[in-house]
Design a protein around this ligand. Sequence first.
Ligand code: 5GP
Length: 212
Amino acid sequence: MAKRGRLFVISGPAGAGKSEIVKTVLKKHPDVKLSVSCTTRAPRPGEVDGVSYHFVTEERFRQLIDEGAFYEWAHVHQNHYGTLKSAVRKELDAGNDLILEIDVQGCLQAMAQDPTVTGIFICPPSRENLEQRLRHRGTETEESIRVRLGNVAKEVAAAYQYHYVIIHQDWAVQPNALEIAADQVYAIMTARRLELDSQRDFLDGLNASLQA
Ligand code: 5GP
């Protein structure tokens, strides 16, 4: 029987470095796939439709909700975001491990419908570090930074609901912090793949051949 892929949710407050960590994992491990979400927020400079997100109107997003097209969706930072069922099904059926880089509400929805979903929470080392990263990103307005920082306490409190917590160190303290965090994500993915339940089919076959 062909092996199904596994679903990994990566969350963390804005500015904790989730996207850079995920990008690093994907670059090093082309076998890992990333789901492209739908969003109603406007593209940031450099973001490409269909690559960063599927940028859709509020009306189209509502339509997709009504059609039951979303695996999960949520209202985050004044915009709508959602993962398409079709994208999840396609990768898992093909046997690929899939990362969803989504918020806490989305992670809880995913865990509720599939107990094999693994939740990984990316934490900043401190509040000061988080604020600094958010400002240095230069893509946010002051208003958007204020909204996002206001949500951080709630987001970090939800980390207790995840299976794993990775601390993305300050690069000034640990120059290869990004590499380390990305390697930790992949280590979790590897460990999940090697669990007894994932290896059971192989073991059954090996045992049967040894007893023949
Ligand atoms: P950003 O606007 O910075 O790209 O993302 C804002 C937040 O929305 C981040 O926490 C990101 O993880 C989350 N997000 C992105 N896509 C999805 C999605 O499909 N579903 C949910 N629930 N959250 C998402």
